[in-house]
Design a protein around this ligand. Sequence first.
Ligand SMILES: [Mn+2]
Length: 355
Amino acid sequence: MAKYLIGDIHGCADEFAQLLEKINFNPAEDELYLAGDLVGRGPKPKEVLDLAIKHNAKAVLGNYDLHFLACLYGAREAKESDNFDSLLNLNPEEKQYYASWLQEQGFVREDEGFYLVHASLDPTWLPEQITDIAQQAKEFFKSWGAEEFKRFFGGKQFYINLRELGFASHEEIFLRRFFESLLVFTICRFRQFKTLEEESILLYPSAQQVLDTIGKDKLQKLAPSLLIEDYSKAYFDLNIGLKGKPEAVREQGLYPWFEFARAKAERTKDNVRQVYKNPNFNFLGFKKPVYFGHWSLCNGFPLPPGFIGTDTSCVFGDRLTAYKLPEFSVNMQDQAFLLTLAQPIAEVKSTIKFN
Ligand SMILES: [Mn+2]
């Protein structure tokens, strides 16, 4: 009995099959986890899903999986480079079969020894919040059909939906929280230090204007944001635009999401008061190693111990990678052991060629 994780497969079914062979995967005894973005760009998305289902895989959803579902439900137009045709040309029953399987997967997998998420987790959330928010998002998303996909994904990016959702009704607050969590789970790479006066993707059109319009008392009662606890204080926003290497851009207040210890130390140098006693800077860290995909440029970069980036750019011609997951709770102070968790157990060279 062993637990294995494979990083972003992106339609690379041949490499996926070879990697399963290489780790001697036995579905009767072993468990297979997938870090999301199963489909998109690569040549054989249908075969990837068939292999995942056949091996009883437990996946988390990535931004490409969401984009694919939106195309499947007719809410978005697929691009040629998405390579979704083999799935989108199926008959309606077959399409529903794959859609239902994907929608059952959810956004976070949690085990005694680890978390698995496609893009990121929020370092200000308590362990119970991670569990609750992930569970709520999964349950809500599972029930979505064409109508919901068209309403919320139709030709739009998540952050545009977020801007359009107000604070008026209970339903809108719920949706806003849902979209915020989707941004964290499937897209976020950087978090950005902001002051109240600056433009934000989380608040439309700016934090100060929302504060002026709605009023602090009401705003705090509504608790509209998962990510900002106190609107009167500086906070860490998400930056979903930057796709570069996982380096801090300190002068812009930008830090990779897993670099909260460094971010806190650096911001403290500027202004102790901005950091301490500020709920928006309440970085709790994680009690288990976090395995994630999505950010292939993390590959080769030394990450803080306990953060394991599993996307090794198979679809861009590099390789597909498997890790053995810890099966028991891990001592997060044991840095030497945490670093061993980041070592791949097997790799398969990509056969994808670019012109
Ligand atoms: Mn991704």
